[in-house]
Ligand binder design. Structure first.
Ligand SMILES: NC(=O)c1ccc[n+]([C@@H]2O[C@H](COP(=O)([O-])OP(=O)(O)OC[C@H]3O[C@@H](n4cnc5c(N)ncnc54)[C@H](O)[C@@H]3O)[C@@H](O)[C@H]2O)c1
Length: 277
């Protein structure tokens, strides 16, 4: 008999959207290492297939465009047929709107097409995911849904209006889902994670690869008390707690992971003892 401790997600079936890279991939790797059977999904099929293969027998890949109802139906049917259950759903897929080039995304100049495109992935995708997840988890009456919102879902963002509004929608819908499930007598929990400045490929479009990359990177984190980007793995560890039964009493809650950005500001008069001399 082996003396190895069971993983924190031993035997759980997890579906993660947008898992071909970035935060989704870090969660997939961590969860698989904790004993979960992980279904990575994305629209980047080659990267997703490669990532799942690298994780071994604990993982497989499925194509799932979160904007499309038929994709959700097919993916959840596939999971219920093969893994027989769904315990954890992570609605992680998201876009900033800058992926295809830097166009204006402020409240005055955002085009309706750009606004709708961001909403379709970030907000419609989470709505469809929660709907499909609740239906699948009803089979056991238990589960954990984790929605990736953002710091921008809590405060405004003049340069990324659609992104901020979509993430605010995710924040609020998370609480609605949590209350709905509880009222239905289901032990299906739903919580949101609010990261800021996590260094993933999402940042490539705005950081660029020119000589100013470092300067731009420093500027993006200068207001964060911890003065650095966070890592996908740090977000994955927070998600691990929410995915596991350790968080069984936690629902409708929001968790910031932002290097202290939302804690307040340093911009106050200096009242330290040295400052009066
Ligand atoms: N990185 C950050 O600083 C940060 C901050 C706040 C919130 N977030 C949120 O965390 C989540 C993950 O972000 P990331 O930084 O890892 O981004 P990323 O761009 O590195 O990865 C996002 C993944 O989502 C996939 N995706 C995009 N559209 C999709 C669709 N329609 N259907 C399925 N998959 C799709 C992409 O192919 C990609 O693999 C997003 O929801 C993002 O908004 C990230």
């Amino acid at each position: 008999m082996s003396g190895a401790k069971p993983g924190r997600l031993q035997g759980k079936v997890v579906l993660i959207t947008g898992a071909a890279r970035g935060i989704g991939l870090a969660m997939a790797a961590l969860f698989a290492g904790e004993g979960a059977q992980v279904v990575l999904t994305d629209i980047r099929d080659r990267e997703g297939e490669d990532a799942a293969r690298a994780l071994g027998t604990q993982a497989r890949y499925l194509h799932l465009d979160v904007r499309l109802e038929p994709d959700w139906d097919a993916a959840v049917a596939d999971v219920l047929a093969r893994e027989q259950r769904l315990d954890v759903l992570v609605n992680n897929a998201g876009i900033t709107g800058f992926e295809d080039g830097l166009r204006p995304h402020d409240p005055e100049h955002t085009s309706l097409d750009d606004w709708r495109s961001v909403m379709a992935t970030n907000l419609d995708g989470v709505f469809l995911g929660c709907r499909a997840g609740i239906a699948a988890m009803r089979q056991t009456g238990t589960g954990s849904i984790i929605n990736l919102s953002s710091r921008s879902g809590i405060v405004g963002m003049p340069g990324a209006a659609a992104y901020a509004a979509s993430k605010a929608g995710v924040r609020n819908h998370t609480k609605t889902v949590a209350l709905y499930c509880a009222a239905q007598g289901l032990s299906i929990r739903c919580n949101s994670i609010h990261p800021a400045a996590i260094l993933t490929p999402m940042w490539e479009a705005v950081l660029g690869d020119g000589p100013d990359r470092e300067t731009r990177a420093r500027a993006f984190v200068k207001d964060a008390p911890l003065q650095r980007f966070g890592t996908p793995d740090e977000v994955a560890h927070l998600a691990l707690h929410l995915a596991s039964d350790e968080s069984a009493y936690t629902t409708g809650a929001e968790f910031t992971i932002d290097g202290g950005l939302l804690a307040g500001t340093f911009n106050l008069p200096d009242v330290s003892p040295d400052s009066s001399q």
